[in-house]
Design a protein around this ligand. Structure first.
Ligand code: SAM
Ligand code: SF4
Length: 329
């Protein structure tokens, strides 16, 4: 069935949904989770595979073409490749954001299930610094996972995402530039956002994309690629043609104007912005017997109120209670 497109109150058409398939994670990244003391949702409180399939099917009827599965760490959800196989036929593009720890085990099954794009998060190419940031000594294993994935042509282009924090990422810029030149990965630096579990974010901890770009450009000259509509990253190619590098600058250069994204948390709450202070429950109505038409109306009403932009740089900004791991980045 085709329904009319999902449009927000500012005229933006929603084309991209990001679903968190679990709040659990096997890492404890400093900018995302506390070192310990998190309580997980119980299994009953999380969307089932069938519920996710129903929501994605309905959103596809409403014009959503791109689906990203994330978490928490999506690969820790039991039978995750089976979920991917259920969802891939419903959308044009199915991507997965992962910390890579279980990719050695799952890459083949995920590609076979229909995942066609992957973002692998790596914050440092040095083992001790990776450990410091993620609180897990897992860099060699993550790199093996990346290599396993890279063996599948269907998985390319593979993106490697690094969160950029002042006092840490300055020393990573050139090693990542060399990495992006040597291997077939597009490395992207993401500015640290106020979505950390400890609520200790401050603007001076953000290392801006522009600063990193300038440092890389001084050694390996860069040329800008045109920006694709709805894109989060500003992409540059190395002037000698050897690879690409990207910058996701939500803090210093917000890209809210043509944002076409919505998010659904592991417990079935619809969020219209990473920084939303309100969310809309979908799981409760689904389990209470809502029809697809009822759900469509709930989703349309929420999307209509989608925020024009985030207010991270404005006085009075309030950080959402949920950290990134509970939103689905
Ligand atoms: N566990 C998976 C991973 O790390 O790729 C998927 C979920 S994680 C929440 C999604 C992305 O959000 C990762 O690339 C992570 O680095 C990024 N992230 C988490 N907290 C962040 C923050 N406070 N600011 C910017 N990016 C953040
Ligand atoms: Fe886990 Fe990803 Fe958050 Fe790191 S960024 S703690 S890997 S959810």
């Amino acid at each position: 069935m085709v329904r009319s497109p999902l449009i927000d109150g500012h005229g933006r058409q929603i084309g991209d949904v990001r679903i968190s398939v679990t709040d659990r994670c096997n890492f404890r990244c400093q900018y995302c989770m506390p070192a310990e003391g998190l309580t997980w949702l119980d299994r009953d409180g999380v969307l089932s595979f069938e519920e996710i399939q129903r929501l994605v099917g309905l959103l596809a009827e409403l014009g959503v073409r791109d689906l990203r599965l994330t978490g928490g760490e999506p690969l820790v959800r039991r039978d995750f490749p089976s979920l991917v196989a259920m969802l891939a036929p419903l959308v044009e593009d199915l991507s997965i954001t992962t910390n890579g720890f279980l990719l050695e085990r799952d890459a083949a099954a995920l590609v076979a299930a229909g995942a066609n794009r992957f973002n692998v998060s790596i914050d440092s190419l040095q083992r001790d610094r990776f450990f410091e940031m993620t609180r897990r000594d897992a860099l060699p294993r993550v790199l093996r996972g990346l290599e396993t994935l890279a063996a599948f042509p269907e998985a390319h282009p593979i993106k490697v995402n690094a969160v950029a924090m002042r006092g840490f990422t300055e020393d990573e810029a050139l090693p990542f530039a060399r990495f992006a030149r040597e291997f077939p990965y597009q490395v992207r630096f993401i500015e640290f956002m106020p979505l950390d579990a400890g609520h200790t974010w401050s603007p001076d901890q953000v290392l801006t994309g522009d600063e990193i770009r300038a440092a890389i450009h001084a050694v390996f000259p860069l040329e800008a690629e045109p920006r694709e509509p709805h894109a989060t990253a500003r992409v540059y190619r190395f002037a000698d043609g050897q690879g690409q590098i990207g910058f996701i600058n939500p803090v210093s250069e917000p890209f809210c104007g043509d944002c076409d994204r919505i998010r659904i948390t592991a417990e079935g709450k619809l969020r219209t912005c990473l920084f939303s202070l309100n969310e809309t429950d979908l799981l409760g109505p689904m389990r209470a017997g809502a029809t697809d038409d009822d759900l469509e109306q709930i989703i349309r009403d929420a999307v209509w109120r989608k925020e024009l932009k985030h207010r991270v740089n404005e006085p009075g900004f309030i950080q959402p209670d949920r950290p990134m791991s509970a939103i689905g980045g």
